[in-house]
Design a protein. Structure first.
Length: 203
């Protein structure tokens, strides 16, 4: 009888091995052979599920996306309106060793947007587009004076918060010793106060 193979479980194993290699040796060390060795498998076994290095990157990011979705939902809980917007921004500007590894992966992917990493880029783009949509929805709840901000102002606020978070993610990889969570969160609170709280933006 042939042995039934759980493809999703194998892909999850491959994703974990990919991230482990990147954490220990950097993203340049990610190869089909290295992942196969980490799992004590042949390279042919790995290519049955993931045919190229670019697919390794996409697979790791696809599995990370599910993890991010679950973590974000747990962090935001039942929060609504501007409190939810602020909590989302704070969550995006926090880090862990694994988060920085995954950020290194997506930085490599976006640097090769038109090349072999196109599939992985689409994963990254899907995550970032969805996040921007959440910023925009939250910004629509900001009140300036006695009135909600208009759509154009909400879009500007969403742009600023989104770009702040994306800039942080790059600096967290480039210079994590300088751009600590404490430093980033302190400046973020100033930004949130100006844009979201304290009466919102000036008309």
């Amino acid at each position: 009888m042939p042995i039934e193979v759980d493809a999703e479980e194998r892909l999850a194993d491959i994703a974990r091995a990919t991230v482990e290699i990147a954490r220990e040796q950097g993203t340049g060390a990610i190869t089909l052979r290295a992942v196969a060795a980490r799992l004590d498998r042949s390279t042919a076994y790995i290519t049955n599920f993931v045919p190229s290095r670019a697919h390794l990157m996409a697979n790791a990011l696809e599995h990370a996306r599910a993890q991010w979705d679950a973590e974000r939902a747990a962090h935001l809980g039942e929060l609504l309106g501007v409190e939810r917007l602020a909590a989302l921004t704070r969550w995006m500007c926090s880090s862990s060793p694994e988060e920085n590894v995954l950020r290194s992966l997506w930085i490599e992917v976006i640097a090769d947007v038109r090349g072999a990493n196109r599939r992985a880029y689409e994963v990254v783009r899907g995550v970032t587009d969805a996040t921007y949509g959440k910023f925009l929805a939250g910004a629509g709840h900001i009140v300036a004076g006695d009135e909600p901000v208009d759509h154009e102002t909400a879009a500007h606020i969403a742009d600023i918060l989104y770009l702040y978070c994306r800039g942080y993610e790059v600096k967290a990889v480039e210079d994590p010793e300088s751009w600590t969570d404490e430093r980033v969160q302190a400046s973020l609170e100033v930004l949130l106060a100006a844009l979201v709280f304290d009466g919102g933006p000036r008309r």
